[in-house]
Design a binder for this molecule. Structure first.
Ligand SMILES: C[S@@+](CC[C@H](N)C(=O)[O-])C[C@H]1O[C@@H](n2cnc3c(N)ncnc32)[C@H](O)[C@@H]1O
Length: 327
């Protein structure tokens, strides 16, 4: 049975104590000053470095500012692989503070994660996860390909090194029922068959496992002039994937989202299509996404709970909406 509600209580489970205990045992706080890392302080553990957002957060995690911060060489810091931030121990209490900005919502969702998971398409902004979790990173592109064509605003130092190559359309290279959670943040809009992606995630998750989707709200991005993708289209992409239908997405994208002047558009579309460049194939609002999830539950795979939440705050602090699906 599907439960779609605006209350997160059905999908949030909180217990900050194990996280704090683990941190005291395993983590060190490092900073390399005046370098490519700037003033950024990292909590380092298990070969990964997690950015700490503020001195207050460090204290919330049980460390003292600045006493517990060790200055180290840039080289040492770079030997830790980039990873997501650490949520505040009580961030899972989805309260009014969460409605203030996107990162608070991400952290509230993160607090409900446990065990072993995969993040697909982390880019240079890996999703926060409590340090008790083990995360592997996957992408359709290799690290070298990601470095060669960073998205606007991505810092190369923060670019995650994918542990596996996998496409969200099928989630190959991942065993069935092997994951406690799967995170895809600003990725599903890049898939040709999003219903197929959600079905693939269902197969890869253990019973009780969680799929976390963070999705750009088309009304808050460069997609605002595109029409919402109708459910019938998404169903058809799942039933019978078709390259001609994909081509139409490229035409729409380069006409309305990232407009190319008309005289040059046909060639640009042809080139990007030949490269399989990852445009936003489909676009949603929170409500149209819920309509798709409702269809998925009825016709494709029976999630036990589905929680969604619209974009919070204003456009300058949040362009995304959220879904957590529990198998
Ligand atoms: C827009 S970036 C998102 C980065 C980060 N998660 C964020 O929220 O800023 C999209 C990432 O997903 C990857 N990606 C796009 N389509 C994909 C697909 N079908 N399968 C796996 N990865 C994909 C891209 O290579 C890129 O790393």
């Amino acid at each position: 049975m599907i439960v779609i509600s605006s209350s997160p209580s059905a999908v949030m489970a909180l217990d900050p104590a194990p996280m704090l205990e683990w941190l005291r045992r395993e983590a060190v706080i490092l900073q390399a000053r005046g370098t490519a890392f700037g003033e950024q302080v990292y909590l380092c553990a298990r070969g990964r470095r997690h950015p700490i957002v503020s001195a207050a957060r460090l204290e919330e995690l049980g460390f003292r500012w600045p006493h517990d911060v060790q200055p180290v060489s840039e080289r040492l810091l770079a030997s830790y692989a980039p990873a997501g931030g650490i949520p505040a121990p009580r961030a899972g209490e989805f309260d009014a503070a969460c409605l203030g900005d996107a990162m608070r919502v991400r952290e509230a969702i993160a607090c409900s994660l446990d065990g072993f998971g995969l993040e697909i398409g982390a880019g240079a902004s890996p999703f926060p996860v409590p340090p008790r979790c083990r995360v592997v990173f996957g992408d359709r592109l290799t690290y070298e390909q990601l470095r060669a064509e960073p998205y606007p605003g991505q810092r190369l130092e923060d670019l995650v090194i994918p542990d596996i190559l996998t496409d969200f359309d099928t989630i190959g290279n991942v065993a069935e029922e092997s994951l406690d959670f799967l995170v895809a943040c600003h990725v599903i809009e890049h898939t040709r068959n999003p219903i197929g992606s959600i079905a693939a995630a269902w197969r890869k998750l253990k019973p009780g496992g969680r799929l976390v989707l963070v999705v750009p709200d088309k009304e808050r991005t460069f997609d605002r002039d595109r029409p919402v993708t109708p459910l019938e289209h998404l169903v058809e992409d799942h039933r019978a994937p078709d390259r001609a239908r994909d081509y139409a997405h490229y035409e729409e994208f380069y006409a309305l989202a990232q407009p190319v002047p008309e005289f040059a558009r046909a060639r640009a579309v042809e080139r990007k299509f030949a490269e399989s460049y990852a445009i936003h194939y489909h676009v949603w609002t929170h409500d149209s996404f819920r309509e798709m999830l409702d269809h998925v539950e009825r016709e494709v795979c029976p999630w036990s709970h589905v929680w969604t939440h619209p974009a919070v705050a204003d456009e300058s602090r949040c362009i995304e909406f959220y879904a957590v699906l529990v198998k």
